[in-house]
Design a binder for this molecule. Structure first.
Ligand code: PXG
Length: 461
């Protein structure tokens, strides 16, 4: 047990937090009204503890990132040693550090062979901003400066910086950011549960992919630079596309010479039971964006793999690419990420996800008999539970997100972290979870669902 508790003055921390800390993705009025934050103090495996001593099952790996689980001393030791040796040096101006270069080679080694070159960032958002600049410049180098438009999906999530938010299809974010940037477009997401109607998932998957072709033709194929998608749309509610979707998307991109960007920030590094989501769904992208699981969230680091054919014009034609962040390839973060990937390999953690996947799927499916559960779905260790007011009709409760939030709050009460994306409950536990812990997770989820049902019984159709 990795218990290291400071004697916290909890009241002082909560008070200071309310006064001094402006939190991300937070309704600040509600936050204050609720009495401020829950303070998390330590973690071990799939468990985290709050300052009141509650032991909580983290069904979300933090924010989809602590894939290796909490409390891995090896990662702390590597960080400590690297800080002593060299806490910082940059990767600009023809310099590097050993951890940055070793990590680039390691990432390349777990990708298909055409991805030899890695660019470092500090987050998924920075990765996507970088990709937009890279892709637009690439097409200029290729003599096609008119290829500037980029197509994403509705409710796609590619980060919170302004370019990444434009790539994404979260309307709430667009509205708050003012005028949309030019050149970003969004097609229907492949969400059979909400939009599939009477079609089979396979029929629906093909149709949803063909939305891309329509959009390319509308914009003019010569004007389209790239399509971006998450293999599974995580923040939209773990939308697992039908098997027909990605192969068709890939076919359409190839047909029109549109670059295919796989945003693997959630799916990458094992979440779906393969190294990358594109392996699970059967397509080969031109660009891969990674963050979160790369370091299991122990330190911030992101990376982008560009296929060799995209890198060649940069070597051939020369000229500086005016882009980079101070901390790109930070040696401490890189050393930690390298160790994280090594452990994933030596402990066969991704094989473990593949092996546990069917068990997790069955465990979630055991909730299908619940009156407000419309559907459960999962791949590897990422899954969702749809909340419905009428299972047969796949109906939704009024006021989207209200019942999901109720359920999430009940989860807190039973010491389970399960997120709500509108009225879809989502799960992505650490890879070290055991079968017994999966059973425990589902047991707690059922209690939260029962409590939610008690709240909304009168609304059932
Ligand atoms: N791409 C994808 C697919 C993501 O899921 C990002 C990019 C941005 O990464 P950074 O490191 O800049 O946050 C993400 C991040 C949620 C939630 O509540 C999801 C994310 C981040 C925060 C919250 O579902 N995904």
């Amino acid at each position: 047990m990795n218990v290291h508790k400071k004697n916290l003055d909890l009241d002082a921390i909560v008070k200071a937090d309310i006064t001094h800390h402006f939190h991300p993705f937070t309704d600040h009025k509600a936050f204050r009204a609720a009495g401020g934050p829950r303070v998390i103090t330590h973690g071990d495996g799939v468990w985290i503890w709050d300052a009141k001593g509650n032991k909580i099952l983290d069904g979300m790996s933090g924010l989809w990132c602590v894939n290796i689980g909490y409390g891995r001393k090896e990662l702390a030791e590597v960080a400590y040693q690297q800080m002593l040796d060299l806490p910082y040096y940059n990767t600009f101006f023809k310099t590097t550090t050993a951890p940055a270069t070793e990590l680039a080679a390691k990432i390349s080694s777990v990708l298909p062979k055409q991805f030899q070159t890695i660019f470092f960032t500090n987050s998924g958002s920075e990765g996507n901003d970088t990709i937009v600049r890279f892709v637009r410049h690439y097409w200029k180098l290729m003599g096609k400066p008119y290829r500037q438009h980029i197509i994403g999906r509705k409710r796609g999530y590619h980060g919170s910086t302004w370019v990444a938010a434009n790539l994404g299809g979260m309307i709430g974010m667009h509205e708050q950011g003012g005028d949309q940037l030019p050149g970003f477009h969004h097609i229907q997401q492949p969400y059979w549960y909400d939009f599939g109607g009477d079609k089979t998932p396979e029929e629906f998957g093909l149709e949803a992919a063909q939305e891309l072709e329509k959009k390319i033709l509308e914009l003019g194929p010569d004007n389209v630079a790239a399509f971006i998608g998450e293999p599974i749309q995580g923040a939209a509610g773990v939308l697992i596309p039908p098997s027909t979707y990605w192969p068709e998307i890939s076919r359409i991109c190839k047909k029109y010479g549109v670059l295919l960007i796989s945003d693997e920030v959630i799916c990458g590094f094992g979440r779906t039971g393969n190294w990358f989501g594109f392996e699970t769904f059967g397509y080969e992208p031109d660009i891969v964006n990674m963050a979160k699981g790369l370091s299991s969230g122990y330190l911030p680091i992101g990376a982008i793999a560009f296929s060799d054919k995209l890198i060649e014009p940069f070597f051939d034609k020369g000229g500086e690419f005016y882009h980079g962040m101070t901390y790109a390839g930070h040696p401490v973060a890189a050393a930690v990420a390298l160790k994280n990937v090594e452990i994933m390999q030596s402990e066969k953690m991704i094989e473990r996800v593949a092996e546990l996947g069917p068990y997790f799927n069955q465990a979630l499916a055991s909730l299908n008999d619940h009156p407000i559960v419309g559907e459960t779905r999962s791949v590897g260790l990422i899954g969702a539970i749809e909340l419905s007011s009428n299972k047969a009709k796949r109906s939704r409760f009024n006021d989207s997100g209200r019942v999901g939030t109720m359920c999430r709050n009940h989860c807190f009460d039973v010491n389970l972290v399960m997120r709500a994306c509108w009225d879809t409950m989502v799960l992505a536990p650490p890879f070290c979870i055991t079968r017994e812990e999966i059973d425990e997770l589902v047991k707690r989820a059922r209690v939260a669902l029962d409590k939610t049902y008690a709240d909304v019984k009168a609304e059932m159709e």
